[in-house]
Structure formats: structure tokens, C-alpha cells
Design a protein around this ligand. Sequence first.
Ligand code: SAH
Ligand code: SF4
Ligand code: F3S
Length: 441
Amino acid sequence: MRFFIKSYGCQMNSYDSQRMSDMLAGVGYELVPSPEDANVVVLNTCSIRDKADEKVFSDLGRLKSIKDKSSEDFLIVVAGCMAQLRSQDIIKRAPYVDIILGPQNIQQIAAIVDDFIKNKALDTVVSTSMDANSKFNQLFGKFSNRSVSEFLTIQEGCDNFCTYCVVPYTRGREFSRSVADIINETKNLISLGVREITLLGQNVNSYNGEDLGGKSCNLSGLLFRLADIDGLKRLRYTTSNPKDVDCSIAEAHRDIDILMPSLHLPVQSGSDAILRKMNRKYTQGEYLRCIDMLRSYRPDIAFSSDFIVGFPGETDEDFEETLELVKKVNYAQAYSFKYSPRPGTAAAKMNDQISDDVKSERLQILQDLLNDQQSQFNENFIGRCLKVLFVKNGKHENQLVGRSEYSHAVSVSADNVSIGDIASVRITSVASHSLIGTIER
Ligand code: SAH
Ligand code: SF4
Ligand code: F3S
């Protein structure tokens, strides 16, 4: 039997897709590169904005025509956040979907697929319970084929209920994996050649897992423990909610060599009134103090962020405050989105929704500013050296692509370096999505 997986949305979904892939490979399935070649197609979905949902429905339409033509078993599995949130809509709009799995139920994939085929089931099987503990207890499979840089989920769910966001409804309450579990997985990854690990959670700064001695451990404690593991060359973590960033994490950035000097610290808006309506629990002033604090411990730290424009009630003045904040921080990189009302969230019911035209206009202005900052950040490195971890071959012959400390993609000609090495690279030019350089001897 052959399977194909497509992952939408965030890095937590990429991690879950890799787990499902491991589990199917563990029972003898072979991963294939296109849905046409598969017997089981898994769409691991995202529901963060309306566009993400619509993309899944259009992909499902395409899968239906493959299924109709197929003479073999052809199962369609919809997993992930949209599966959790909209299982009934999926059954209504795409009744040919065979299996629906919420994000805390993906560990059941191999068993459910197997049952479905054996019993020649006709009705859609829906599994959407919310028990992250049992997910991590049962995640197993064939642990192979890892790249040099991998994700590791340390925390599931979110308790913050920002008023625009579906994640607390799709991934459930916050749950932190134990330190022992995370150390174990890290060692496994290193034994497969992984050199860089990005710890994942929707709110990693509130990580609160059981430590080796049975007490609780925060994110900084976890980073110090992982940094002691032989063979691990780089550590990153994401995503941080500014309200939970404290001195202990700044100390980790000061004291841990392998912790990269970059931090994704989504602010969403610069206006205190909008931040309050979003339920973000910090003000612009507090956010800026947090940035200053981190810079005082680790002067070379670079920040990235997420922004939402056109949140209900956002005035021109509110938007202006966002632009002012961006100018004060100077970001290395950022994502920005038009506010998208999501079913079941508090903000979707607010009565001062903003028109799409205004959202588009604000998004353009914000993105122009953020792009300028990003270009300036990148151009500053021309003539300077960055430490690059090489992760894959480039498009051209004898070319390697790696990641800088700041997550830039960096291309070099591959003389005397191999995948998995870290080398000092002098940057010679900046391309649209990457830096180009030469290895320093
Ligand atoms: N846990 C992270 C964010 C996860 S979602 C945090 O708290 O920062 C990733 C990003 O999607 C968010 O930072 C936000 O900018 C954006 N987003 C979430 N819900 C959205 C919505 N309803 N409309 C538009 N953007 C949204
Ligand atoms: Fe969503 Fe807010 Fe939780 Fe982030 S912190 S996942 S934006 S509810
Ligand atoms: Fe999307 Fe779920 Fe991630 S809604 S952004 S896949 S947590």
C-alpha cells in the first residue's frame, strides 16, 4: 500500500504530518510523491484563516475525481485543525471523505486506515477527541529519513483565547510533554543525523513540563537541559507569546551557545485598544520593554513577528500605532495578514468589522514597511560573515544551501563542506529569498 501526505498551515502540522508518515511507514506503507500514485491520501489541514479552509475544499474536489477513476483502494483522510473544527461541514460538502482525524487523534491513523480497509467501511469515521497526553504516549513508528534540521513539538494546545483565533478550539487546552520524553526524542533525532532542532508549541514560553526529578520545568530550564546533549549543534523555539517572555529566557539566550539569536515574537498590533480587544494581555509599551530586555542580554538578537490588520474596530490611528511600533523595533522578518473572521471566535461576533478594501490598503502599507526593514537587515550582512549550517543540495551542481543563525537561506559552492557541517560564510550578495556567499577558511 502507498500513501501521500499534504500538510497545510503551521510547523506544528508539519511535525504531525511527519509523525503520521512514520506511523504508516511503520506498518509497511510506502510514501509516494503524488496522490495519483497512492491508496491513502492524507490532507493535514489548517483553519487559521478562511482561505486555508477553502484551499482544502478545492483540493478535495480534485481528489474525488482521482478516487472516482481509481480501481484500487483509495482512501481520503482529512486530518488536522480544520478536521477538528468542521467535521460536519466536511461530511456535508465532501461525503466521499473516508476518515476525519483531529490534531490530537493522528496517532490512530494506521489502526483506523487498517480497520477501514478490512471492514470495507462505508460511513466516514470521525475521531476528534482532545487528549494530547494519549497522542504523545502513542506516537511511534519508523523513525527514519530525517533532514539536518527538524521540528519537535514540546507543547500542544493553547489556553490564551485571543479573540480572533481558532487554535484553542482546534488543538484544545495547553499540554506540555515531559522533559524525559523530549530528551529521548532529541537523542533519537541526533542519532539519525539531525543537528538543529526547533521546539514547537503555540505558546512555548508557557511550557511547564515534568522535569527529570518530578518537579516542573519551564522553557528556559528545558533549553539548558537540551543544550547539554552531545551532537546537537543548534536550538530554536517558536512561537512565543510576549506576555510570557521573562528574564529566564533572556538568560538562556545569553548563556547557551547553541541557542540561535533570533526570536519570533508576534505582536499582532501596536494599538493598546486593539490589543485589549484581541485579549493579548500586553500593551505596546510592555512589548517594547520586552524587546529591550532581550537585546540587553543578547545584543545581536533579531526579531520577527506576525501582524493582523483590519481587526474589528481598528481605526486609522490604531493602524498608525502599528506602523510606529514597527519603526521602533526594526524587524528582521515578519508575516502580516488581513483579519479573517473565524467561526466560534469572539471577534467574529464583534459588530465593527472592517471592509476588505481598508484591510487590503493597510496590509499593503504595512508590508511595504516590513519588506524595507527585511531588505535592510539582509543587506547589512554583505561583506560580513555568518555561521551557516548546511542542510541540503542547491539547485545548481556543486551548490549547498544552509541556514544562518537568523534562518536566512544561504547558498555557497560546496567545496570542502558537507550537509550537516557548520561553516563561516562571507556574504557576497542578497537574492530575493536568500543570501549568497563564499566559505571562509
Ligand atoms: N500562537 C501564535 C500564533 C499562531 S497563529 C501567537 O500567539 O502568536 C499564526 C498567526 O496567524 C498569528 O500570529 C496571527 O497573526 C495569524 N492569525 C491567527 N488568527 C487569525 C485570523 N483570524 N485572521 C488573520 N490572521 C490570523
Ligand atoms: Fe491563537 Fe492566541 Fe493561542 Fe496564539 S496565543 S494560538 S494567537 S489563541
Ligand atoms: Fe493552522 Fe492549526 Fe497550525 S489552525 S496554524 S494548523 S495550529
